[in-house]
Design a protein around this ligand. Structure first.
Ligand SMILES: Nc1nc2c(c(=O)[nH]1)N[C@H]1C(S)=C(S)[C@@H](COP(=O)(O)O)O[C@H]1N2
Ligand SMILES: [Mo]
Length: 314
């Protein structure tokens, strides 16, 4: 597993438009490093050390978007393989060991293969990116992910001209994932993207959060992040990536097709049958915020859906 600590980041990783600098960069920028003034920060700094720094380049953030605290990002999760409660994954995934880990890339590609996770990741440059995250249940977070662009992996596999969609599959191992011993969802969890969505530069295969390897509850060791879609598209603990010619099944659509579609783009104008999607509760905040079209990534992704009826293709 690639382990790179937040404070190991090269300065090029924090671009001028970054809203969130790591502490050392912040102090350097403020001219305080080695100026004797740093000592004045010591007591506060010692406390802040427990909370990892949110590192990365912000994408699509609004001026009042702040990274959601580590304790919420890692303590309030959906991962039905480890229980249906929001606090279950942190509790019941504790003993899960996400290694050794094999990722299979196959289907309509010139270069299929089975890779050890380390080999799968090695050719790619790992990036830190801060994204908004909107769950279909109308809560949201801002998450500093670490990962590689999915496009990088797909290009290496060389999709054939018949490949139109990408199917993702979570590990199926009821011994290690106790939720799979229940029938709460059809197992294994599967998800899908259209090939152009999968190739979009915002689509990430995440290996970490907050500059650390993914905690189990967040989908260790490899999970999908598609920031303009509802959270359930972000399939966790992926073991297989398959290129296919037909729209793949996706678990929540299969469980309840009236309520969960294939596209599941964040859309404040198309309500869920049982609740409005116009607003969201940012975890840690009291007042609800308006939900933005495509979760704030409209400029980057709206063209993917030009001419499509987004009410029908929800
Ligand atoms: N395999 C699997 N992936 C999954 C889920 C799940 O139950 N199983 N839940 C989804 C849902 S509904 C959400 S909102 C996100 C939550 O990701 P997070 O816990 O990292 O915030 O994971 C998604 N990926
Ligand atoms: Mo979700």
């Amino acid at each position: 597993m690639l382990i790179r600590r937040a404070d190991d980041l090269r300065s090029s990783d924090t671009t001028p438009e970054s809203l969130y600098l790591n502490r050392r960069d912040f102090l350097a920028a403020a001219g305080l490093l080695g100026a004797g003034l740093v000592a004045g920060f010591a007591p506060r700094d010692a406390g802040a050390m427990q909370e990892p720094q949110a590192v990365g380049k912000p994408f699509g953030l609004q001026p009042d978007d702040k990274p959601t605290p580590w304790k919420d990002v890692t303590g309030y999760n959906n991962f039905y393989e480890f229980g249906t409660g929001k606090e279950d994954p942190a509790e019941y995934a504790k003993g899960f060991v996400p290694r050794p880990w094999t990722v299979q890339v196959d289907g309509l590609v010139a270069k299929s293969g089975q890779y050890q996770l380390e080999d799968f990741l090695k050719p790619s440059a790992v990036e830190d990116r801060i994204y908004r995250h909107r769950c279909v249940e109308a809560w949201s977070m801002v998450i500093p992910w670490r990962g590689i662009p999915l496009a990088d992996v797909l290009k290496r596999a060389q999709p054939s001209s018949q490949a139109k969609f990408v199917e993702f599959t979570t590990l199926y191992d009821p011994k290690r994932m106790p939720g799979q011993r229940s029938g709460v969802l059809p197992w294994p969890y599967v998800e899908g993207l259209r090939l152009d969505e999968a190739m979009h530069p915002l689509t990430l295969l995440a290996t970490g959060v907050y500059g650390r390897d993914l905690p189990n509850q967040n989908g260790a060791p490899l999970r999908l992040v598609v920031p303009w879609k509802y959270g359930f598209k972000g399939i966790k603990s992926i073991v297989r990536i398959r290129l296919v010619d037909k729209q793949p099944r996706n678990t929540w659509n299969e469980a309840n097709p009236q309520e969960y579609g294939f596209y599941s783009n964040v859309n404040p104008e198309v309500d869920h049958p049982r609740w409005s999607q116009a607003k969201e509760r940012r975890i840690g905040e009291f007042l609800r915020r308006p939900t933005l079209m495509f979760n704030g990534y409209k400029d980057q992704v709206a063209s993917l859906y030009a001419g499509m009826d987004l009410r029908k293709n929800f």
